[in-house]
Each structure stands twice: as C-alpha cells, then as structure tokens.
Design a protein around this ligand. Structure first.
Ligand SMILES: *[C@@H]1O[C@H](CO)[C@@H](O)[C@H](O)[C@H]1NC(C)=O
Ligand SMILES: *[C@@H]1O[C@H](CO)[C@@H](O)[C@H](O)[C@H]1NC(C)=O
Ligand SMILES: *[C@@H]1O[C@H](CO)[C@@H](O)[C@H](O)[C@H]1NC(C)=O
Ligand SMILES: *[C@@H]1O[C@H](CO)[C@@H](O)[C@H](O)[C@H]1NC(C)=O
Ligand SMILES: *[C@@H]1O[C@H](CO)[C@@H](O)[C@H](O)[C@H]1NC(C)=O
Length: 362
C-alpha cells in the first residue's frame, strides 16, 4: 500500500509539477473570486510599494509562464491553482492593476508581509494590512454596484462569489517572533495572542460578510516552525521543525476552526470553511516525492525578514523535489498539493465542514 501511495504521488507531483500552461477545467463554477492574504497569495500588489517584501525579480517566477510577477514562488500560488480548478482561464488580477470589467471576475488584494494586525510587517516597509484590503474591497464593491446598476443585483452577484482568505502568518513571523521590532511577545502569552488575533480577525470577517461575502474559505496557518527561516533563527535541537512555533501557531488554528462554527451559526446564510493547511502539509514529504525539506531552493540573504531569494542567482534545478522555494515560501509543487486537497478534500480533516468544491456548489 505504501508503495502504491508513493508511486501515485510521485507521478502526481511530476506530472503536475512540470508547469504546463494553465489548464482549462470546463465551465467557470462561480462568477468571481476575491482573495485576501499575504505573500502566500500576493501576485503583484507589493510591486509598487516601498518595502523589502517584494518578489518581482528573477529567480522568482522561473516556472511561471510570464516570469517574475510579484508571486513569492517559482511558479503558481495556491490561489492561482484553486482558480483554475474553479474553471477560471486567467488568474485573478491584483488590486494594483485591476480595472474595467476585470473586477467582475474578482480581485486579489493580497500583500506580502501583511497581517491581521495593522503594525505587522512594518519592519519590511509598506504593506496592505487586512483592514486596508477590506477598504480596497469596499472600493471594488462600489465599482461593481455602478456596473450592475442597483443594490439587489450587486448583492445577488456577490453572494455567488468565492472568497479566499489566508491571514495570520505574518502576525507570528513578522511580529510575535521578532521581539527586536515588536512588543507583542512581551504583552501576550501564546494562548492570549491567539485569542486577540482571532478576535480582530472575527471583526474583519464580519466586515467582509457585511460587504456581501457568503462563501468564505479561511486558510489555517501552515507549519511555520518548519520553514528554513525559523530553523535558521531558532535551531531545532535535532528535530526537523521548531516545535514550540508549530505548537503556538496551532492554538490560532484551533480557534480559527471554532470561529468557523461561530460565524456560520451567528451570521445568516454564511458559509465559512476552514482549510486545514497544517494538516495537509504534515503528510510525510518523502511520500509526496520531496527530497529536500528544510533548505530553500534559491539562495537567500540574511534570515532577518522574509528570507527572500537573492536577485539573479540561479536556483536549484530539481524544484519539484524541494518543499521550500525560498526561506519561507513553498515551491509550486507544494502549492499544487495544498490547492488540490483544499479543493477536493482527500480526507474529512482537510477542509471543514466542506471543501472548496462543495462550497462553490452551494
Ligand atoms: C476559457 O477558454 C476556453 C478556450 O479558449 C473558452 O472556450 C472558454 O469560453 C473560456 N472560458 C471562460 C469562462 O472565459
Ligand atoms: C436591478 O438590475 C437588474 C439587472 O441589472 C434588473 O433585472 C432589476 O430589475 C433591477 N432591480 C431594480 C429594483 O431596479
Ligand atoms: C532546545 O532545547 C532547550 C533545552 O531543552 C530549550 O530550552 C530550547 O527552547 C529548545 N529550542 C527549541 C528551538 O526548541
Ligand atoms: C454564536 O455562535 C455561538 C457558537 O456557535 C453560539 O453559542 C451563540 O449562541 C451564537 N450567538 C448568536 C447570537 O447566534
Ligand atoms: C488537521 O489535519 C490533521 C492531520 O490530518 C488532523 O490531525 C487534525 O485533526 C485536523 N484539524 C482539524 C481542525 O480538522
């Protein structure tokens, strides 16, 4: 059985990791996708900002059809792949350049280094926090309302869209675990910090609901303690991850799962789901065909900050065998697995209470 699984998954990674042009999956399942997030989903919003958190230079995008775009990976982000699964021919445009009738298909507001908290990521420079992403969404909703002509048409359009939200990683790695720049770790114990983050996130998600969102997928945080950046900062005492970071971040994830129940029972017609990113990524990487787990594929600079690739340095060649592209962000090969299992859950643990495919059909 183990052999069958290994063979199946290696083939899977190899076939899908070749970076063929975007595949067409038939009819578009929803009219629009709105994306809120950080560098895991940013596809160009930081390009024009004054910040160190940028990825619009080589070798980023080496496996992306149009090269470096601002995506913090070698190829597609998880949200790009989910959009393909949902039948979108083109990726969702970044807010920075979305205009005209583009916005009827949705907008990507994600910004590298951004967090739930306003101050998060500020040591990197400018970024578009969750609150500002919501303000940008409000602007877009008004523009859509102008195009569609009246409020009831706008409302019934927006309820059909999928909203993908992945926030919170930077509130840990570019805030809580940077005591040199932030005081949160002095103010809050890990349990309390997870609580204040979830309280603020809850208000933000209610704002999103107020702007017409009904089908909302919330990404749990990944295994932040396993990133090359945190391994370099904290060391591991011989294990392959910084266990205390994974444990503290899991408190946030557990509460986010509970928040899904609360929002679904408190908000009329709300359909929030939790995507179990850390559970999906906890699958033994070797079983999925990965050979290099704790080291980045590209050459990275100082471990202070996002751990981005040094410009113009040639990255590793066997990118489908690496879990990490730079010191913090996964390769496209990993993004394919995350997207596939959040769209079509392989077990009931992958997405709660339903997966993104089922969310779209509601
Ligand atoms: C996607 O592209 C295919 C092939 O070019 C086309 O037939 C289809 O109508 C497109 N779908 C959408 C939703 O634009
Ligand atoms: C709103 O607009 C839609 C189409 O855009 C139209 O069918 C509907 O009658 C309009 N409703 C009102 C109240 O004007
Ligand atoms: C490594 O072990 C020491 C002593 O047990 C402990 O204080 C420290 O927190 C551990 N470091 C990590 C990164 O887990
Ligand atoms: C909100 O949700 C919680 C948890 O599901 C539930 O206990 C509470 O009664 C709900 N409150 C309202 C006002 O619906
Ligand atoms: C997430 O996935 C892991 C591994 O499958 C599982 O142990 C855990 O219970 C899941 N968490 C939730 C909230 O479903």
């Amino acid at each position: 059985m183990a052999i069958v699984v290994t063979v199946c998954c290696m083939v899977f990674v190899m076939v899908l990791g070749l970076n063929l042009p975007p595949r067409v999956y038939g009819e578009q399942q929803v009219p629009c996708i709105f994306i809120f997030g950080d560098s895991m989903a940013d596809n160009g919003n930081n390009n024009g900002l004054v910040t160190k958190a940028k990825a619009n230079y080589q070798p980023y995008g080496i496996d992306f059809p149009t090269g470096a775009t601002g995506r913090f990976s070698n190829g597609r982000n998880t949200v790009d792949i989910i959009a393909e699964f949902l039948g979108f021919n083109d990726s969702i445009k970044p807010f920075a350049i979305a205009n005209g009738r583009d916005i009827l298909k949705g907008v990507n507001y994600a910004s590298g280094a951004a967090g739930i908290r306003e101050e998060t990521g500020q040591q990197q420079g400018d970024r578009i926090s969750m609150d500002r992403q919501l303000q940008n969404h409000q602007t877009i909703v008004s523009r859509i309302a102008n195009m569609l002509g009246n409020d009831s048409a706008t409302k019934s359009y927006l309820v059909k869209c999928i909203y993908l939200v992945g926030m919170g990683s930077n509130d840990y790695v570019n805030n809580y675990y940077m005591p040199k720049f932030y005081t949160t770790s002095l103010e809050y114990a890990p349990e309390q910090y997870a609580i204040v983050l979830i309280q603020q996130f809850s208000l933000q998600l209610r704002t999103l609901y107020g702007l017409g969102a009904r089908k909302v997928a919330l990404d749990g945080l990944g295994l932040l303690g396993c990133t090359p950046k945190e391994l370099a900062t904290y060391g591991t005492n011989g294990s392959s991850c910084v266990q205390f970071i994974n444990d503290e971040v899991q408190i946030f994830n557990d509460r986010l799962r509970l928040l899904v129940d609360e929002l679904n029972s408190n908000l009329t017609n709300a359909n929030f789901i939790y995507v179990n990113t850390s559970g999906i990524l906890a699958t033994d990487p070797a079983l999925a065909g990965f050979r290099v787990v704790g080291a980045p594929c590209c050459e990275v600079g100082s471990s202070d900050g996002l751990g981005t690739c040094l410009p113009l340095k040639a990255p590793c060649l066997n990118r489908a065998e690496y879990v990490f592209w730079d010191a913090f962000h996964p390769t496209e090969a990993v993004n394919i697995i995350t997207a596939t299992r959040s769209y079509n859950a392989r077990s009931p643990f992958d997405a709660y209470p339903v997966d993104i495919y089922s969310l779209a059909q509601l």
